[in-house]
Design a protein around this ligand. Structure first.
Ligand SMILES: Cc1cc2nc3c(=O)[nH]c(=O)nc-3n(C[C@H](O)[C@H](O)[C@H](O)COP(=O)(O)OP(=O)(O)OC[C@H]3O[C@@H](n4cnc5c(N)ncnc54)[C@H](O)[C@@H]3O)c2cc1C
Length: 431
């Protein structure tokens, strides 16, 4: 029996799960004799594209939630809830197990390594990582204790609850969002919209929502035209923008900042930390090749750069030759079919005990993508190549794309709920 362990239920692995479900439903035999285990920190995952809409109150939580356990069940995959803290590769990595897509080793029945979680281990012949990233900049004192960081995205549920509580709170409400990249921009607008409904907006003249950014401008990854429109939207919702401003400390009820005019303190009932992405500590603790950035270094086939039989996709990787690749869900989604193809090929190689006739599929990141930023109030800001548009129709387009994406998985989830317990009686904590 070959065992493939999928670590993390991120966007790319959802597609792999779907592919396995399709294959098993068709009975094409591609995944016969393969035990697939999906290990993820939580039994559910949330689609980040719909997070701002959820925070605004436009979507219910279940509309952006993936039930990983049910999806796994639909694909005949064993689900295991837990935090993986190390991926051990026997022989210390470097392709020692000889099971890469081109390998000709007959050692296929020997596990190549094991995944460690919660004091236990799961041996694997093949593994794949899609664990996303963690919040960056958390070394600033007080960040861990007093902010809500939106990585993993499931923390949005906690943020929505806090917003609900603040909406009911009498008197003016102050909120600070740190980080003015695309995610921080959308989140601050969602916070402002949500709080405005409770009368804590600029109209009350005392409530205040502030966006703090260390760099000189908001939306640094966008053009000047997009930034101008973005600033206008922030103004529309009464968000105060402080650029070239660094957070030096976060306290329970405020944020200390150092800006162009010296030090100051922003009172805050709610501080949200969206200041970039950092590598998961799991990566440094594992026997995997790392890029200088600390992310998992993979080659064009999305396999470990040293040919270890571990693949990766999404935020957790750095693709050789493309260190600029943004950490955005759209990249994880585009990598997914390449990852699925190459995992299928690796299974085939292991099964036959020989090499592969065809080369693995390679992934090349697109240099531009359709960007739709939810600006609140049923509007969105669209950027597509040279086109910039703001208003209602970009929101309708975004809503349609996002709902279509979720519908795909919700159908499979329903199937998983109908088929009964997980294979091997799992889906629980503990093997
Ligand atoms: C507020 C916000 C809005 C965003 N909006 C967009 C957008 O509109 N479009 C876009 O393209 N990108 C957006 N992004 C970025 C996007 O969320 C990420 O790029 C994307 O989620 C990365 O997908 P992934 O598959 O790498 O991992 P993730 O989606 O982060 O999934 C990782 C999974 O792995 C699990 N996991 C993590 N560590 C472990 C571990 N050690 N053991 C076991 N399981 C683990 C997690 O629980 C999670 O289920 C947004 C981000 C934020 C914060």
């Amino acid at each position: 029996m070959i065992r493939l362990v999928l670590v993390g239920g991120g966007h790319a692995h959802l597609h792999v799960v779907e592919r396995i479900a399709d294959s098993r439903a068709r009975g094409d035999g591609r995944w016969d004799g393969v035990e697939v285990v999906l290990v993820s920190a939580y039994p559910v995952h949330h689609y980040s594209g719909m997070l701002p809409g959820y925070l605004q109150g436009r979507y219910r939580e279940e509309e952006l939630r993936f039930n990983l356990q049910a999806l796994a069940r639909a694909a005949g995959i064993r689900f295991r809830e837990g935090w993986v803290d190390r991926v051990e590769v026997f022989g210390g990595g470097g392709g020692a197990a000889g099971v890469g897509p081109h390998a000709t080793s007959a050692s296929g029945t020997q596990p190549a390594g094991q995944v460690h979680l919660d004091g236990e281990s799961i041996p694997f012949h093949l593994a794949s990582l899609d664990v996303g990233s963690v919040a960056g900049g958390t070394a600033v004192p007080g960040v861990r204790e007093h902010t809500i960081a939106l990585r993993p995205t499931s923390r949005a549920v906690e943020l929505a609850r806090r917003l609900e509580g603040l909406q009911r709170r009498p008197g003016p409400v102050e909120a600070v969002v740190v980080g003015a990249g695309a995610a921080g921009f959308e989140v601050v607008l969602a916070v402002a919209e949500r709080l405005s409904r409770a009368g804590s907006s600029r109209e009350s003249s005392q409530g205040r929502v502030t966006l703090v950014e260390a760099g000189p401008e908001i939306l640094p990854e966008f053009s000047e035209r997009v930034r101008r429109r973005g600033l206008a939207e922030l103004g529309r919702w009464g968000v105060e923008v402080q650029t070239s401003t660094r957070v030096s400390r976060v306290e329970e009820d405020g944020v200390r900042v150092e800006g162009p005019h010296g030090e100051s303190r922003l009172p805050s009932h709610l501080t949200v930390w969206v200041a970039g992405a950092a590598p998961s500590p799991l990566l440094a603790a594992s026997d995997l090749p790392l890029a200088r950035s600390g992310f998992f270094q993979v080659n064009g086939a999305l396999q470990a750069a040293d040919d270890t039989p571990v693949w990766g996709a999404g935020d957790c990787i750095e693709l050789a030759g493309f260190p600029w690749m943004p950490r955005a869900g759209v990249y994880a989604v585009r990598q997914a079919p390449v990852l699925a193809d190459n995992l299928e090929m690796a299974v085939e190689v292991l099964r036959s005990g020989g090499g592969s006739e065809r080369p693995p599929r390679t992934y090349t990141p697109q240099t531009s993508f359709l960007s739709l930023l939810n600006t609140g109030g049923g509007r969105a800001l669209l950027r597509w190549k040279g086109v910039v548009a703001l208003g209602r129709w970009p929101w309708w387009l975004k809503d349609w794309i996002d709902r279509r994406f979720m519908t795909r998985y919700h159908g499979l989830e329903k199937l998983g709920m109908e088929v009964g317990p997980d294979p091997a009686g799992a889906g629980e904590r503990g093997e």
